[in-house]
Design a protein. Structure first.
Length: 430
C-alpha cells in the first residue's frame, strides 16, 4: 500500500448534534430493511423474537454475513484436506478426529486454563517445566469455561466462541468501512480483504483474535459516535482478552481529546480509566498467588523471549533467525513472515500519521512497540488482524485502482491457505 486515498479519511470529530447522525447510525441503529405486511408464519417468528433480530440487520449486513459464512465453509474444506492429505505419519490409514486440527498451540493453553485454572494443585512458575499459562489474559478462558457448560467438547466450545465473535467483528468492521469509505457501500470489500488475509485462519480457531475484535470494533464505533461510556465498557471487555485492549484505550483517549470542543465535553473523561481495571485486577490476582505484580509479563519473557530489547536489536535477531541459517526452514519461514508484517505495520503507521489519523496511528504504533521490542518478533502476522485501518485502507486503494483487488487476492489467497495448513497440521512456528 503506497498511498492512503482521501476517501479513507472520515471527517474530523465534531460536537454532538444532527450532523453526526449519518455516522452514529452505523452503530446500534443500522438502516432498516423495507418492512412488508407479515403473514402467519412471519407473525409466529416475531412472537419468538426472531423477526426483531433480523430487522436489526440491514441488507448490507446480511450480505457481509453471507460472505463470512462462505469463508467459514472454505476453512472447513481446508481442515478436511489437512486431515487426509497431511496426517501425522506416513503410513496412516485413517484421518484423525475432525476437530483435532483446531486444537493446536495456544488453543491448548486456553483449554488448560479453562479446565484446570491458572495454578492447579499448587503448581506455578516456581516449578520446572511450567507452561507459563499466566501469560494469557483470562477473558477467553472464562468464556470458554462458561460455553463448555452447554457444549461438552472443549474444542467445539472454542470454535463456537470464535464463530459468533467473528460474525460480530466482521459486521462491525463493515460498518466502520462504510463510514470511512462511502464507495464501499456495504463494507463487503473491506470484509473480503480481512477474511482472506494471510492469517485469517486464526479468526476461525479457538484463539483470542475474533473475541477481541468483537469487543474492540464496536468500541471504536461507539467512540466515533462519542458514546464514551459504551466505548470504554467494551474496551474494558477487550482488555480482559488481550493486553492490546490498552492500546485501543489509548487510541480512544486520543479521539476523545480531539473531539472536545466545550468544557461540558470533558464530563466523559472519567470513563477513559475503565479499560485499565481488568488488567489491574488480573495483576492483583496473580500477585496473590505468585507475589509478582507483573507475573503475566514475566511469563511471556520466560516462554516467548519477550524480555525488552531495543527495536534495532529485535530486528537484527529476527533477521538472523530468518536468513542466517540457524533454524530449520519452517522456523525461518515464520521469522520471514514476522519481518514482512513489521514492515507493513511501520508503513501503515507512517501513512496514518501522514493523513493525521492520530488515534489509529497511536493504536497500531503501540502494538508495534510491544511486539517489536522483545528478543525477536513473535506473533506480528497474527496482530495484523487487529489493525482495522489496514483492511479499510487496502479496500479504499482497490477502489481507486481496480487492478489492486486482483493482485491482492492472487497473492494473499495462497498465502492464507499455506498459513492455514501450517497451523492445522501442527507446523505453525516451525
Amino acid at each position: 500500500m503506497s498511498t492512503l486515498p482521501p476517501e479513507v479519511r472520515p471527517a474530523p470529530p465534531r460536537p454532538r448534534g444532527p450532523e453526526l447522525r449519518p455516522l452514529a447510525h452505523e452503530f446500534l441503529s443500522a438502516d432498516k430493511p423495507v418492512r412488508h405486511e407479515p403473514g402467519p408464519a412471519s407473525r409466529a417468528l416475531r412472537a419468538a423474537g426472531f423477526d426483531r433480530a433480523v430487522a436489526w440487520l440491514s441488507p448490507a449486513d446480511r450480505r457481509v454475513l453471507w460472505l463470512y459464512l462462505l469463508t467459514r465453509i472454505s476453512v472447513w474444506i481446508t481442515v478436511h484436506g489437512a486431515r487426509w492429505l497431511f496426517p501425522r505419519g506416513s503410513d496412516v490409514r485413517e484421518a484423525g478426529p475432525i476437530l483435532a486440527p483446531f486444537q493446536q498451540w495456544d488453543a491448548n493453553h486456553y483449554l488448560h486454563i479453562a479446565r484446570d485454572g491458572y495454578f492447579p494443585a499448587d503448581a506455578g512458575p516456581w516449578m520446572d517445566g511450567w507452561d507459563n499459562r499466566e501469560a494469557f489474559f483470562p477473558g477467553f478462558p472464562l468464556l470458554l469455561r462458561a460455553v463448555h457448560v452447554v457444549v461438552p467438547s472443549w474444542t467445539a466450545a472454542g470454535l463456537l466462541i470464535s464463530l459468533v465473535a467473528g460474525a460480530v467483528a466482521v459486521l462491525a468492521l463493515s460498518r466502520i468501512a462504510r463510514a470511512y469509505v462511502p464507495e464501499d457501500a456495504d463494507g463487503r470489500r473491506t470484509a473480503l480483504f480481512f477474511l482472506l488475509s494471510p492469517c485469517a485462519v486464526f479468526l476461525a480457531v479457538g484463539y483470542t483474535e475474533a473475541l477481541f475484535l468483537a469487543f474492540a470494533l464496536p468500541a471504536w464505533l461507539a467512540a466515533q459516535r462519542h458514546r464514551w461510556a459504551l466505548a470504554c465498557t467494551l474496551t474494558a471487555l477487550a482488555t480482559t482478552v488481550r493486553v492490546s485492549g490498552l492500546f485501543l484505550a489509548a487510541a480512544i483517549a486520543v479521539l476523545f481529546v480531539l473531539s472536545v470542543r466545550t468544557r461540558r465535553d470533558w464530563r466523559g473523561a472519567a470513563w477513559l480509566a475503565l479499560p485499565a481495571l481488568p488488567p489491574l485486577l488480573y495483576s492483583w490476582y496473580l500477585h496473590a498467588y505468585t507475589g509478582d505484580w507483573m507475573a503475566w509479563k514475566h511469563a511471556q519473557e520466560r516462554g516467548w523471549y519477550r524480555d525488552f530489547h531495543t527495536p534495532w536489536e529485535a530486528w537484527t535477531n529476527t533477521w538472523n533467525a530468518a536468513f542466517g541459517g540457524v533454524h530449520t526452514t519452517g522456523y525461518a519461514a515464520m521469522f520471514q513472515a514476522e519481518l514482512a508484517a513489521m514492515v507493513m505495520g511501520l508503513a501503515l503507521v507512517a501513512l496514518l500519521a501522514r493523513h493525521r489519523r492520530w488515534p489509529e496511528a497511536v493504536y497500531v504504533a503501540l502494538s508495534l512497540w510491544a511486539l517489536g521490542t522483545s528478543y525477536w518478533y513473535v506473533s506480528i502476522p497474527r496482530a495484523t488482524l487487529l489493525w482495522w485501518p489496514l483492511w479499510i485502507g487496502l479496500a479504499a486503494l482497490s477502489l481507486r485502482h481496480p487492478w489492486f483487488r486482483t493482485v491482492y487476492l492472487c497473492v494473499t489467497v495462497p498465502v492464507s491457505v499455506l498459513v492455514g495448513l501450517a497451523f492445522l497440521t501442527g507446523r505453525w512456528a516451525g
